[in-house]
Design a protein around this ligand. Structure first.
Ligand code: MC0
Length: 136
């Protein structure tokens, strides 16, 4: 069901500070940036190397009541999610539900760049927030 790793998401308190850090320390640059109002995040996708592999996603809170704000309050900055590319997010979510896993949404929501997304609850996936991404 999972085609490849789509991105790894890191929660950061301030997106501009984090972008500067990744550029200066690791030479990594933004390939996409947006605010996702539904998720309450300001996010940026960074390419690694030649850009053909998985991306690094930096996630900063756009609102104090967002999932990222809550994560930062509880855990501080750091790895927040692991996202897999799937061909059909509804079919994959249905298959995982049938295996007893809790999906966070009944129907997919809007993710980065018009993708359709859902999540497996981290308590059902060994402590990892797993995101399913069907690209636009
Ligand atoms: C919470 N927990 C996590 C976690 N977040 N464990 C691993 N990774 C995480 N990211 C743990 C807590 O430490 C706690 O464990 C338990 O889960 C709490 O569960 P809860 O009370 O049911 O839930 P909340 O309120 O903490 O929320 C967690 C939940 C939420 C995953 C449901 O963050 C959520 O809805 N996430 C999905 C949306 C999201 O993450 N959006 C931001 C990225 P203990 O042991 O203390 O009980 S937006 C995005 O990703 C888009 C733009 C995209 O890529 O396209």
């Amino acid at each position: 069901e999972f085609l490849r790793i789509d991105h790894v998401g890191v929660a950061v308190p301030d997106l501009d500070d984090a972008l500067r850090f990744y550029a200066e320390m690791f030479g990594m640059h933004v390939v996409h940036e947006e605010t996702n109002e539904d998720q309450g995040v300001r996010e940026a996708m960074l390419a690694v190397g030649d850009g053909t592999g998985p991306r690094l996603q930096l996630l900063a809170p756009a609102r104090p009541d967002s999932a990222i704000a809550k994560f930062l309050d509880r855990s501080g900055p750091g790895l927040q999610q692991l996202a897999y590319t799937v061909a059909d997010v509804e079919a994959t979510a249905a298959a995982l539900r049938a295996r007893g896993l809790r999906l966070l949404y009944d129907t997919p929501r809007r993710g980065t760049a018009g993708s359709r997304i859902n999540f497996v609850h981290p308590k059902d996936a060994g402590g990892v927030l797993v995101e399913l991404v069907e690209p636009a």
